[in-house]
Write a protein that binds this ligand. Sequence first.
Ligand SMILES: [Zn+2]
Length: 117
Amino acid sequence: MKKKIIWSAVILLVTVPLLFFSVLFGLNWIKMQNPDYYYNTHWCYNRLMYINAGKEQYKVAKDLTNGVSVLWSDISPYVRTSDIYCLNEGTYTLGRIGESPACSLHGVYTNWKYNKK
Ligand SMILES: [Zn+2]
């Protein structure tokens, strides 16, 4: 009886981590097959993050309320990098103050799911 319990514990201790790591490997395998896709989506996500942060800083600096429309020239002093563009040539929509910026290909900043090309 005791041997059976020990053996099932051993089997569990071997199979559960094995399953765990094979799933991890499987997920990375998918990423390895599409390096450009993952690089580009992360690039785009970071640019939307910069835009979002720039809008927030602009809002605080000018003491604005939500709903005020924003131009590129307004937020450009507050955006950290100058290379704000999508590698897949999507176009960015700034949105008003309080709204999230979006890429026409990669989606809205806050609803990011990495499932759009
Ligand atoms: Zn994009």
